[in-house]
Structures are given as structure tokens and as C-alpha cells.
Write a protein that binds this ligand. Structure first.
Ligand code: F6P
Length: 518
């Protein structure tokens, strides 16, 4: 077990030394703390000086990373080793954004040519789409990794979007999601993208079928295949659905759902922001990949963020991490991060199948700043379950009007200061304990390139933590049980029965029946 490593035990002992330490005192004792506890990669800088840690902590964490063979695991990921052991797959989303000409092998086959071919097909489609006004509305139907990544990027890159067309994301099986998206679109000019790696996901297929019925009814014809394209690994099922093979964009089993926005799953992004901007997004991710692969561990942003997270989770015993972008365009980032982190590292069993005796992935929650301040920050400042925060800021704003941006940044800085310093007061209601750790991430500006870097940074951070915890960050067995039970319930209760009685009483009858049918 990782917790048996001498490096782990050393960190446990070291954490006890911090019981009475205040972060602000670390600053008082070290005038160059800020310089020693910041790291940068091009347009992204991380200030981690407001963590409850010192140089010895950093050294001890780096030794833990070495003891866990981090560099070797990193290389195994980049070179296509089947490190997703439960699914017996390589983990190669990084190959989708590589500029490296050297072959990347899966089962002894170089996958770079197939990536290039798929990207060329996507590029042709996107450039044609741009030039023509055959379709003016795009509706992406997908869920989880087939929705969140593309959705967060399209929202974040709104300033780059072709506004002559509209873009919608439908994920929920609640028909409201689809119906609201279709409310204002012109059926004749609507293109649906069915995005599903497996093409078996209940929510996506239900929405896809309803969209197809809606279109048939609106257009008064049965053949609506021209309006559908797909991003999937399951070509056969997509063809069965009625999508012509030339409109199917391939993905591969070595791209995990939550890591798939870099594949054809990102076609909705490329349609919205144009193929050149999409390429810049991939290039940004590649820049961070290269940094992660080559920079010394002590200067390596994903390694630093990952190890700080381990320190807070396992040695200072925080349960959660709040991610707060101070940028309205990044409103969806916390949702995306929830899946990325919690589906990857929400595990209790290590790679050897043993139940771990230490904590793994934290609870992720977040909201955009400043809104978060007026919602859940009360608990962060004065609650009994405080949590560290990643505060993300952009130096430049896309909407630099009046003093808005300065006030936005001042608020972000104020929060990190309040969390660190706290406040003494004779009135106990006004006491802030402070000593809450924060990271401050600074981007020059929110562009396709910096966004690509940021997302790749968090992907690799999560990978680093998975290595330290000795868990497989690339499967998601925990989401399967509910899917099976939902199908069982429909089978047992009968779809027709459930549909005919839509009263509260009827629903209570179903709840009771499910509860007692154990
Ligand atoms: O239920 C979780 C999950 O398997 C995710 O990992 C995945 O991103 C999502 O469902 C959607 O899966 P698919 O792309 O196969 O529809």
C-alpha cells in the first residue's frame, strides 16, 4: 500500500509539525516565499504560496512522487502502454494533440495516420459547414464526456464563435432539455450531432430518437439522415440509427469519454469556433503535454498541482476542492472538472484490487466568481468543513468595460487573502479562522490556446494523483450499477404502466415497489 511507503510516513509526521502553523506566518518568515512558490509555463502561472506548506513539504512530496514511479507511469501513458488495466486499454488522448511525428503504437500499430485521417475528415466537414448556410443550428446530443468537454469549451470560447449560427447541447434524458433546445430552431436548417463513444447510452439514444421523430414530423418526410452526423466508435450502431457512414467521425477505445473533447467528440467545438481555433485549442493542450512530459518534477505544473492536492487530501485531511474561475465564460468549468476529477479518481480500490486505507479523489465543487462568493463561500470561510480552493483568473478580459475587470480581480484576490489571513474579532460571529489554502492560477487571457493548456493541466494533475494513490484513473465502473438498475426498473414496472399513471400517488407506488423489491 502507498501508505506503507517511508515517504508517505515521513509526510504524515511532517504534517503534524504544521498543526499550529499559520500560512501567513510562513510569509512573515520568508520574504521570497512568493517567488519560491510560483511556477509558470508560458501564459499560465500558478501561485501556490498560500498553501500550508514549506520547502521541506515540497521535497517530501517530490520524494513520494519518485517512490511512486511517477516519471515511468507518465512515459507509459504517453507511449501507449495499456495502463487502463481494468479495460485493458491504452490512454492516448495526448496523441490527438501531438505535433510529434514519431509513431505512437497501440498493439504494435502506429495510430498517428488514423488520427490524421480523422482530423482531415473533420476539417473538410467543418470548413464546408462554415462556407455554406445549409445548416444554421447545431444540436449536440451526448452526455458525460460526450457533452461536458465540448460544452465547456464552446461556452469558454464564446468570443470566437460564429454567431451567425446557433449551438445547443442536449444531454439530459429529461425531455425538457431537448424540447427547449428545439424551441427556436428551424428544422430544415438544423444539424444534429449524435455524440456517443459507445452509441448505447440510454440518455443519448432516447434523445436522438426523439430528435429524429421531431424532424420527421416537422419536415413531413421519413428520410432525415442528411440532418445527422455522429462521433462514435460504434459505426455499426450509428449506421443502424440511420446515419450515413461518410457522416460518422471515428473515435477509438484508447480515448476515454471524459478525455475525448480532443477527438471527433469535439466536432461541435470545431463547428462553433472554426477549425483554426479548434487547432489552436489542441496546440495549447500539446504545449502543456510537452511541459508535463519534459519539465523537471519540481517545476512541472501538473505535478505541482497534483502533489499539493495529495498533501491537502491525505496529510491535512481536506475532503473537497473548490474550483472557482473568475471569468464568466468559464461558468461550465466546475461541471466539467467534476466529471474529470471525480469519475477518474473517485475510487476505493488500488491497481492490485485491494481496498485502499487512505483517501483518494476529493469532492469537487465550484461556481464562477464572483457568484460563488454570494452562495457557498460562507462555508469556506466559517464552516466546519473548510476546503482548499483553486482560484482561476485571467489578466486580460474580453469585455474590458469600465472598471468591471479590476473589481473582478480585486474580489478574487480578496478571497485568497481572507482565506489565508482570516480575522480576529471579539464577536465570535465575525471571527474568520483563516489558514485556508488556495492556489491562484493566472492565464494571460482566455484564448483557445490557453484554454487547451488549462484543461490539459488539470487532466495531468488528476493523472499524477492517480499514480500517487495507485488507482486506475481511466475506468468508471462506479457509474454502471445505476444504469443497469434503471433498465431493470423499467422492465419490472413496465414502461406502459409507468406512463399511464403519472400521478404523485402512482409515483409513490413505484417508489414503494422499488424499495420493497430488494
Ligand atoms: O456514464 C459515464 C460514461 O460512461 C462516461 O464516462 C461517458 O463520458 C458517458 O458515460 C457517455 O458515454 P458515451 O460517450 O458512450 O455515450
Amino acid at each position: 500500500m502507498r501508505s506503507d511507503l517511508p515517504e508517505w510516513r515521513r509526510l504524515e509526521a511532517h504534517a503534524r509539525d504544521f498543526q499550529n502553523t499559520k500560512i501567513k506566518d510562513l510569509f512573515n518568515n520568508d520574504p521570497v516565499r512568493f517567488d519560491h512558490f510560483t511556477a509558470a509555463c508560458g501564459p499560465i502561472l500558478i501561485d501556490f504560496s498560500k498553501q500550508l506548506m514549506n520547502e521541506t513539504t515540497r521535497d517530501n512530496l517530490l520524494k513520494l512522487a519518485e517512490a511512486c514511479d511517477l516519471e515511468n507511469w507518465r512515459e507509459r501513458m504517453f507511449t501507449g502502454d495499456a495502463i487502463n488495466v481494468t479495460e485493458e486499454r491504452a490512454v492516448l488522448h495526448t496523441a490527438l494533440r501531438t505535433k510529434n511525428k514519431t509513431p505512437v503504437l497501440v498493439d504494435d500499430k502506429d495510430i498517428i495516420p488514423s488520427i490524421k485521417a480523422a482530423q482531415e475528415k473533420m476539417e473538410t466537414f467543418c470548413r464546408d459547414f462554415d462556407k455554406s448556410d445549409r445548416f444554421n443550428h447545431v444540436v449536440n446530443i451526448g452526455i458525460g464526456g460526450s457533452d461536458l468537454g465540448a460544452n465547456v469549451v464552446c461556452e469558454a470560447l464564446t468570443p470566437y464563435i460564429n454567431r451567425k449560427k446557433t449551438y445547443h447541447f442536449v444531454s439530459n434524458i429529461d425531455a425538457t432539455d431537448l424540447m427547449e433546445a428545439l424551441r427556436d430552431v428551424d428544422p430544415e436548417k438544423t444539424l444534429f450531432i449524435i455524440t456517443s463513444k459507445t452509441f448505447t447510452t440510454q440518455e443519448t439514444l432516447t434523445n436522438a430518437c426523439t430528435a429524429r421523430d421531431w424532424l420527421r414530423e416537422k419536415l413531413g418526410r421519413n428520410d432525415v439522415s442528411e440532418h445527422f452526423i455522429a462521433a462514435t466508435q460504434n459505426v455499426e450502431k450509428a449506421v443502424d440509427f440511420g446515419i450515413s457512414e461518410e457522416n460518422i467521425f471515428p473515435i477509438w477505445d484508447w480515448v476515454g469519454g471524459r478525455y475525448s473533447l480532443w477527438s471527433a467528440v469535439g466536432i461541435s467545438i470545431a463547428l462553433a469556433i472554426g477549425y483554426d481555433n479548434y487547432t489552436a485549442l489542441l496546440d495549447g493542450a500539446y504545449t502543456m503535454d510537452k511541459h508535463f512530459r519534459e519539465a523537471p518534477l519540481a517545476e512541472n505544473l501538473p505535478v505541482i498541482l497534483g502533489l499539493i492536492g495529495v498533501w491537502n487530501r491525505n496529510f491535512l485531511h481536506y475532503d473537497a476542492l473548490s474550483i472557482v474561475p473568475y471569468n464568466q465564460y468559464m461558468t461550465f468549468l466546475p461541471f466539467y472538472m467534476q466529471q474529470l476529477d471525480m469519475e477518474s479518481n473517485g475510487k476505493s480500490v488500488d491497481r492490485q484490487g485491494r481496498r485502499v486505507n487512505y483517501n483518494t479523489g476529493p469532492i469537487i465543487l465550484g461556481d464562477v466568481g464572483t457568484n460563488a462568493q454570494h452562495a457557498y463561500f460562507q462555508l469556506l470561510h466559517q464552516g466546519t468543513s473548510p476546503m482548499p480552493c483553486d482560484i482561476i483568473m485571467c489578466a486580460k478580459s474580453h469585455n474590458d468595460i469600465g472598471d468591471h475587470h479590476v473589481k473582478l480581480l480585486a474580489n478574487a484576490l480578496a478571497q485568497t487573502k481572507a482565506m489565508m489571513e482570516g480575522q480576529d474579532h471579539e464577536d465570535p460571529n465575525k471571527v474568520f479562522d483563516g489558514n485556508r489554502p488556495t492556489n491562484t492560477l493566472v492565464l494571460d487571457e482566455l484564448t483557445p490556446h490557453t484554454l487547451g493548456m488549462l484543461l490539459s493541466l488539470y487532466e495531468h494533475k488528476i493523472f499524477v494523483q492517480g499514480v500517487i494513490w495507485n488507482i486506475n484513473s481511466f475506468d468508471q465502473c462506479g457509474v454502471e450499477l445505476g444504469k443497469v438498475l434503471a433498465k431493470d426498473i423499467i422492465r419490472d414496472l413496465g414502461l406502459d404502466d409507468m406512463q399511464t399513471d403519472s400521478s404523485t400517488k402512482g409515483l409513490l407506488k413505484h417508489i414503494k415497489s422499488v424499495n420493497t423489491n430488494i
